[in-house]
Write a protein that binds this ligand. Structure first.
Ligand SMILES: Cc1ncc(COP(=O)(O)O)c(C=O)c1O
Length: 435
């Protein structure tokens, strides 16, 4: 096939045929807005893909990356190193839960998840508990698209096409109960006991066979599902009781989404491993990271049975441009007090989202921090069609929103204004009336 403007790019997680028949092309971005190919301003209701937390083209980040690309385009971090990579780890250690002081760099959330799972297995072996090999995820979880991530993940379409996945993986039940917890704000009232599902898997396999449990503090990709009150604490207690590592996948909950650096901080629960990406660089340069508690790093380094203690890494782990972007992003968050801004806006944002209760097709609304999920009644025999069409109508009306099945998801940059919050939900109401 000859090159064709749209045909040659196989777009990710996209209905390629539908998009190419009626494309939505973005040509530039600034602050809260994209500009479309037609020259229209589109309000970014989703911070891209939950990643542009500092807003588009933040001058401080752009300047840092521009300077970096002219100074050190690339340096390997295998056996050599560069200063920004070390400085970034120091900065993260200062701002993360007190036990999490060592950071491994990746290029995406998916790589962070696979890295975290590998570290969990290697650590159990290094401490003489090599039978602890099982990994536990949760139904409705999203942990990216690597084989590790889709194995512990719990989204059927992301799993069903790809064979038998990793073996030795189980799932605890999800916490979504739209009947008991309908129209919720923040953590939901019912479901703390669902953490005990981990005990069921311990009874089935024995704790001596389980390496780690991985959960999102709130599930984002399956429609914004806040945790039940006390649930994460109870998971922590059960993990402690059975000597199982607790991994928080904070790829979307980190960097201000909940008004704090991490969900761990927000909910007062310290995991053993944290996965990061997205807001780490506000998406200006792709980057992810895995933070581990001191004991994991120290055990690996002290007990290594080879000169290299972890046989893992990426060519671009700690890429100089990514490190420069991350350092400038941390500065921007701090100087512009963006996490405080996010916390201060939570109530207003929740009120605006919940004002859609009673609007045509809406069956549930959940908000937590600066994130919201709105469930729509499905069309007969066409699950997902309504939300997809609402998303397209909203684009036509100048707002970008995300869809997952028949849910709409909102996760704007932390710099959003009250007027823009209003615009986002008013446009949603209009689009719902048309679909
Ligand atoms: C919780 C979580 N983990 C992992 C990922 C994967 O990140 P990436 O798309 O950067 O690989 C995502 C992406 O949305 C996510 O929400």
């Amino acid at each position: 096939m000859k090159p064709n403007h749209l045909e040659n790019f196989w777009m990710p997680f996209t209905n390629n045929k539908d998009f190419k028949a009626d494309p939505r092309i973005i040509t530039s971005a600034k602050g809260m807005y994209y500009t479309s190919a037609e020259g229209k301003q589109i309000l970014d209701g989703t911070a891209g893909l939950w990643c542009v937390n500092a807003g588009h083209c933040h001058p401080k980040i752009v300047e840092a990356v521009t300077k970096a690309v002219n100074t050190l385009d690339y340096a390997p971090n295998f056996h050599f190193g560069h200063n920004d990579a070390f400085e970034l780890s120091n900065r993260l250690a200062m701002q993360f839960p007190k036990n999490i002081n060592h950071f491994f760099y990746t290029n995406s959330g998916s790589e962070s998840v696979d890295t975290a799972l590998k570290i969990a297995l290697a650590y159990q072996r290094a401490r003489g508990k090599g039978t602890k090999t099982r990994l536990i995820g949760r139904e409705r979880g999203y942990h990216g698209v690597g084989f590790g991530g889709i194995s512990v993940g719990g989204m059927v379409k992301n799993r069903m096409y790809f064979g038998s996945l990793l073996n030795g993986v189980d799932h605890i039940r999800h916490t979504h109960d739209p009947v008991k917890n309908a129209y919720s704000r923040g953590e939901v009232e019912h479901g703390v006991e669902l953490a005990d599902d981990l005990e069921r898997l311990v009874s089935l396999h024995d704790a001596s066979c389980i390496a780690a449990v991985i959960v999102e503090p709130f599930a984002g990709s399956t429609g914004v599902l806040p945790p039940p009150k006390g649930y994460l604490k109870r998971l922590r207690t059960i993990c402690d009781k059975h000597d199982i590592l607790l991994i928080f996948d904070e790829v979307i909950t980190g960097f201000g989404r909940l008004g704090t650096m991490t969900a761990a901080e927000k909910f007062g629960v310290e995991p053993d491993i944290i996965t990061l990406a997205k807001g780490l660089t506000s998406a200006v340069v792709p980057m992810g990271a895995v933070g581990v508690k001191d004991e994991i790093y120290e055990t690996m380094v002290e007990n290594a049975d080879a000169p290299i203690e972890l046989f893992h890494g990426y060519t671009y782990s700690g890429h100089p441009l990514a490190c420069a972007a991350a350092l400038a992003t941390l500065d921007a968050y701090e100087e512009d007090e963006m996490f405080k801004r996010s916390a201060d806006l939570t109530q207003y944002f929740a009120d605006a989202a919940h004002a859609l209760k009673g609007t045509k097709h809406v069956t549930d609304i959940r908000t937590i921090g600066l994130a919201a999920g709105i469930d729509l009644e499905s069309r007969e025999g066409a699950v997902g069609a309504r939300a997809y069409n609402v998303m397209k109508s909203m684009w036509d009306k100048g707002v970008m929103v995300r869809v997952s099945g028949d849910s709409l998801a909102y996760s704007p940059p932390l710099i959003i204004s009250k007027a823009q919050i209003d615009q986002m939900f008013e446009v949603t109401a209009k689009a719902l009336k048309e679909n």
